[in-house]
Ligand binder design. Structure first.
Ligand SMILES: Cc1cc2nc3c(=O)[nH]c(=O)nc-3n(C[C@H](O)[C@H](O)[C@H](O)COP(=O)(O)O)c2cc1C
Ligand SMILES: CCCCC(=O)C(=O)O
Length: 401
C-alpha cells in the first residue's frame, strides 16, 4: 500500500494551478479525485470507516465543544482583501524556520494513537509528509516507536512532541532517543498535563492509551521498563498503571525548562501558548519558538479561540522567536490569515487524520497536496507572490456576525 516518494511530488509553485489542471484533465477521462475536497465531507467519509469511539475521540472536544467551534468561527472574523494586477507568475510558498527551509508554512500537528485510525498509523503519515518535504511532529503517545517512525520518514524532516513525564530520567531518555533518531526539534506540549473534560470519550469510557495503542515510546524505553515488576509482554497492567501515574508532570514550572537544555542540543518550542505574558515568559526562558494553540478545543471549554489569541502573542514576542499556530486550519485561506497575523507557519491537525482514515498514506498525501494547492492559489489570487511578503495589511477585521 505504501508508495515511494516521487521527485515530481515536491511542491514548487505554480503547483496549485498545475494540480487543479491535473484534476480537471483526469475528469475528462472520467476520473474523479479519490478524496472529497470539502473537509466536512472528508470527515463524514472518515466517520463511515472508523469505529464510533475512534471517530468521537478525534472529532470531539472539551465540555460543550464551544471552543472547538470558536476556533473555526474566528477565521470568519478576518477577511482577505485581494489586490489586483501584480505579477504573480513566479511564486514562493517557502519559509525559513529554525534553520530549515520549508516548502510551505505548513507542518503536521502531533496527534497521538493513530493506530485507532489506520493500521499503518504514524508510519503512513511520516511517508506522506516526507514525500512532500513537509515536517511532521510525532506525538509522545504514538502507536509506533519514534525510531520506527524515523525510519519510515527516511530523510524527511521531523520533530518530536514531548509530554513531559514526571520521572526526570525517563524524560531525558525520550528526548535523547528523539535526538539520536534525527528529530530536529522538541515541542513541549504545555496544555495537556491533565486530560480535559471530554464528554464524548467519557460517555463511552474510552481512553485509547489504556489499550496500549499509544504506549509504544514508553514500552520501548529502557528507563521506563526498568522498575516494572513484570515486563509489559508478560503483563501489560503494571506498565499501563505506571504510564497513568506518571503521564502529567503537575509540578512542572517555567524554571524546569532549563532541564531540557541540559539534556538536548535540539531547539525547544512550547505548544499551547495563549496568553501574551506566557509568551514573554517563554522568550525569557530562552526557548526557540512558541505554538499558539488550544489543542483543537480539547482541553479548556470556554477558552479563547486560538486565532483570537494569535495577535497578542505575536505582539508580545516582538519577532524575537518564531510564533507558530494551530487549532482550526481547514483551508488555504486559513493559512493565509494566520500568517498575515504573524504566524511563521501553521500546524494541520484533524484534516490529515481524516485523510489517513479514508486513504492511508495516499489519503494523507492528497489532503496535503490539496491544502498546498489551495494555499498557492489563494495567495496568488489575493495578489501575493510569496508567503514572506504577507502581513496584516492583507486583512480587514470583519463585522462580528
Ligand atoms: C485526536 C487528537 C489527538 C491529539 N494528540 C496530541 C498529542 O499527542 N500531542 C499534542 O501535543 N497535541 C495533540 N493533539 C492536538 C493537535 O496537535 C493540535 O493542537 C489540534 O489538533 C489542532 O486543532 P485542529 O485539529 O482542530 O486544527 C491532538 C489532537 C487530536 C484531534
Ligand atoms: C493523553 C492525551 C494525549 C492525546 C491528546 O493530546 C489528545 O487526545 O488531545
Amino acid at each position: 500500500m505504501s508508495e515511494t516518494p516521487h521527485e515530481g511530488d515536491h511542491v514548487s509553485p505554480p503547483y496549485g494551478s498545475e494540480r487543479q489542471f491535473q484534476i480537471y484533465m483526469a475528469g475528462l477521462q472520467g476520473q474523479l479525485p479519490a478524496l472529497p475536497l470539502d473537509v466536512q465531507e472528508l470527515e463524514r467519509r472518515a466517520k463511515e470507516r472508523l469505529s464510533p469511539e475512534a471517530y468521537d475521540y478525534v472529532a470531539g472536544g472539551a465540555g460543550a465543544e464551544d471552543t472547538m467551534q470558536a476556533n473555526l468561527a474566528a477565521f470568519q472574523r478576518w477577511s482577505i482583501v485581494p489586490r489586483m494586477l501584480g505579477n504573480i507568475a513566479q511564486r514562493d510558498l517557502s519559509v525559513e524556520l529554525l534553520g530549515l527551509r520549508l516548502p510551505a508554512p505548513l507542518l503536521l500537528a502531533p496527534i497521538g494513537v493513530q493506530s485507532i485510525i489506520h493500521p499503518e498509523a504514524e508510519l503512513a503519515v511520516a511517508r506522506a509528509a516526507a514525500s512532500l518535504g513537509i515536517p511532521f511532529i510525532l506525538s509522545t503517545v504514538s502507536s509506533y516507536t519514534l525510531e520506527e517512525v524515523a525510519r519510515a520518514a527516511g530523510g524527511g524532516p521531523r520533530w518530536f512532541q514531548l509530554y513531559w513525564p514526571a520521572d526526570a530520567e525517563f524524560c531525558a531518555s525520550l528526548v535523547q532517543r528523539a535526538e539520536r533518531a534525527g528529530y530536529g526539534a522538541i515541542v513541549v506540549t504545555l496544555d495537556t498535563r491533565l486530560i480535559g473534560w471530554r464528554p464524548r470519550d467519557l460517555q463511552r469510557a474510552y481512553l485509547p492509551f489504556l489499550q496500549a495503542q499509544g504506549l509504544a515510546n514508553y514500552l520501548s524505553d529502557p528507563v521506563f521498563r526498568r522498575d516494572l515488576p513484570q515486563t509489559p509482554e508478560e503483563n501489560p497492567f503494571p506498565a499501563i498503571q505506571k504510564y497513568v501515574s506518571s503521564f502529567g508532570h503537575l509540578t512542572l514550572q517555567w524554571e524546569d525548562l532549563a532541564f531540557l537544555r541540559q539534556h538536548t542540543q535540539l531547539p525547544v518550542l512550547l505548544k499551547g501558548i495563549l496568553h501574551p505574558d506566557d509568551a514573554r515568559r517563554a522568550v525569557e526562558c530562552g526557548v526557540d519558538g512558541v505554538i499558539v494553540s488550544n489543542h483543537g478545543g480539547r482541553q479548556v471549554a470556554g477558552a479563547i479561540a486560538a486565532l483570537e489569541a494569535l495577535p497578542g502573542v505575536v505582539e508580545a514576542v516582538a519577532g524575537r522567536i518564531p510564533v507558530l499556530f494551530d487549532s482550526g486550519i481547514r483551508q488555504g485561506a486559513d493559512i493565509v490569515k494566520a500568517v498575515a497575523l504573524g504566524a511563521r507557519a501553521v500546524l494541520l491537525g484533524r484534516p490529515y487524520i481524516w485523510g489517513l482514515a479514508v486513504g492511508g498514506e495516499a489519503g494523507v498525501r492528497e489532503v496535503l497536496q490539496n491544502m498546498l494547492a489551495d494555499l498557492d492559489l489563494t495567495l496568488a489570487l489575493s495578489g501575493f507572490v510569496s508567503v514572506s511578503s504577507l502581513d496584516r495589511s492583507a486583512l480587514v477585521k470583519a463585522e462580528r456576525a
